[in-house]
Ligand binder design. Structure first.
Ligand SMILES: [Zn+2]
Length: 216
């Protein structure tokens, strides 16, 4: 089987985002792009809890399925557009996380208000205008609004988190949800304006995280 380790990691991340409520039922998808352009993506409408590596599909860089019998995620056309237009992105996670999605209904961005957001999403997270699920337009809007960030909120839909690795994309959608919750709570409590970080504080938070953890 091709890319067994990647497939196992994809299933693990899919279960994690479900466990913490970033998707419900069989929603969302997780994908990885390999250096040769192959794309590994979760199947359409299959439960993550019982997913096995043979159910995860491999597509070549032209988008043809080269391994797997199931239908790939319905958002594959959008995912492929993102990989094709973002050379530094090697992982895409799509979720329907409710708090970040709620931010998209009341604002044009989740502003840089907490260090964790800056650490992993690299600053404020933009909101892209509505695009239909399963359309290439979803990918086009995501790429246009990502603007070098690690996540974008899709209005009336959910989130696309990206990264050079699957780990980066996973951290982005998880902390995005955490900070969205915090910002919405602060906004509700204040009845309006919320304190934001200065550009210098944002830059510091983005840079600090580069040396976080046990990287070799
Ligand atoms: Zn969706």
């Amino acid at each position: 089987m091709m890319y067994l380790q990647d497939k196992e990691e994809i299933i693990e991340v899919a279960n994690e985002i479900k466990r913490i409520g970033l998707v419900q039922l069989t929603g969302g998808n997780v994908s990885v792009r390999k250096p040769n352009g192959d794309i590994i993506v979760t199947p359409s409408g299959m439960p993550y809890e019982t997913m096995t590596p043979d159910q995860v599909l491999v597509l070549n860089k032209d988008g043809q399925v080269i391994e797997g019998d199931l239908r790939p995620s319905v958002d594959t056309v959008a995912i492929k557009y993102i990989f094709d237009h973002c050379p530094n992105v090697n992982a895409v996670i799509h979720t329907h996380q409710p708090y970040a999605t709620a931010v998209g209904l009341i604002a044009d961005e989740l502003p840089a208000c907490c260090t964790t957001l800056c650490n992993v999403c690299l600053g404020a997270v933009p909101v892209a205008p509505y695009s239909a699920a399963a359309s290439e337009d979803m990918g086009i809007q995501a790429v246009e609004y990502l603007d070098g960030k690690r996540a974008v909120i899709l209005k009336h839909h959910g989130v696309i988190a990206v990264g050079p690795t699957l780990h980066d994309a996973e951290y982005s959608c998880i902390y995005l949800e955490d900070v969205a919750k915090c910002w919405l709570a602060a906004k509700a409590a204040a009845g309006g304006e919320v304190a934001l970080m200065t550009p210098e504080e944002v830059e510091e938070a983005v840079n600090t995280h580069k040396t976080y953890g046990q990287k070799h």
